[in-house]
Design a protein around this ligand. Structure first.
Ligand SMILES: [Zn+2]
Ligand SMILES: [Zn+2]
Length: 292
């Protein structure tokens, strides 16, 4: 046999052996890593993001703070416009309120209801008023799954956060809706354009009446001129933590329409139910959770 041919034959013959040995080693290493991860998980289970003392039951919260049970029941009929509960017998479509008047946005998607007691409310209050800015990560994951579950693939969407007044942001140290949007942008691979600003300080919405809320936020938002051009011809997703009367997101949507988007929808963690739950929640909070 030609020596060169012999060398080549040797190398060809040898290759599978090296691959086989290497593959077995890799498989064995993978097996050990997986068992080590299982053992680590059994000895040191991941702790609840909220209380940081008890193991999670749903990957985010412990048995007291699990978020899965806070999601809207998909079998419960809800308005396709505002996510409000539909009257019995109405399987789908718009609620009477949405049929009667324009909301200013195409539709609202919420993870669950803002009610107490509820784990979702505890998470939101800790995130918003408890200085727990790191909760933006799990809460944004929750928002992402709610949005993806409601729409499927929705390419070309731009995220816009409901802004805080600069003084309130300074007081809190962060803008919670903006943090949520930053995390959501990573989750969904959508751009986040902080294209709205507050033009004036709005006092906490003490009175629960819808008309006073509307008046409170009237003219309180404006486009950030240099960023507005990124919104033209795009589908916008306005993001906030809680929506109660809807006055704030309606005022924001109205301003956003001036940037000529194709549509504006709203995504929030929790939506107050109309049957008095909104006012009940607010009256027990020192501050209106829906307000920045
Ligand atoms: Zn917990
Ligand atoms: Zn509705």
């Amino acid at each position: 046999m030609d020596p060169e041919e012999s060398d080549e034959a040797e190398s060809v013959r040898g290759e599978p052996e090296r691959c086989g040995a290497g593959g077995a080693r890799a498989a064995w290493a993978g097996f050990l890593r997986a068992r080590a991860a299982e053992l680590r998980g059994a000895l040191f289970p991941p702790l609840c993001w909220l209380c940081r003392t008890r193991p999670t039951v749903d990957g985010l919260g412990c048995s007291d703070h699990a978020l899965e049970p806070c999601r809207f029941d998909p079998s419960e009929p809800r308005c396709s416009g505002c996510a409000g509960r539909l009257a019995a017998g109405l399987g789908s479509g718009l609620c009477a309120d949405c049929r009667r008047r324009s909301r200013g946005y195409l539709r609202l998607c919420a993870v669950g209801a803002y009610r107490q007691p509820s784990a979702l409310r505890e998470w939101i209050l800790a995130f918003k008023h408890g200085g727990r800015r790191e909760l933006a990560t799990p809460l944004a994951a929750l928002l992402a799954s709610a949005w993806s579950g409601s729409t499927g693939a929705s390419p070309g969407v731009v995220l816009v956060s409901v802004p805080l007044h600069p003084l309130r942001r300074f007081e809190r140290g962060y803008d919670q809706a903006r943090l949520l949007c930053d995390e959501l942008a990573r989750e969904l691979d959508f751009p986040h354009v902080p294209a709205l600003r507050r033009t004036r300080w709005t006092p906490p919405q003490g009175a629960p009446g819808a008309s006073s809320r509307r008046a409170n936020v009237q003219g309180a938002f404006a486009l950030v001129g240099r960023r507005a051009r990124h919104l033209a011809g795009r589908a916008l997703l306005l993001v906030d933590d809680v929506v109660t009367s809807g006055a704030t997101v309606r005022a924001c949507a109205e301003v956003l329409r001036g940037a000529r988007p194709t549509e504006v929808s709203v995504l929030c963690l929790a939506r107050a139910e109309r049957s008095g739950e909104a006012s009940a929640a607010e009256s027990k909070d020192e501050r209106d959770p829906a307000e920045p």
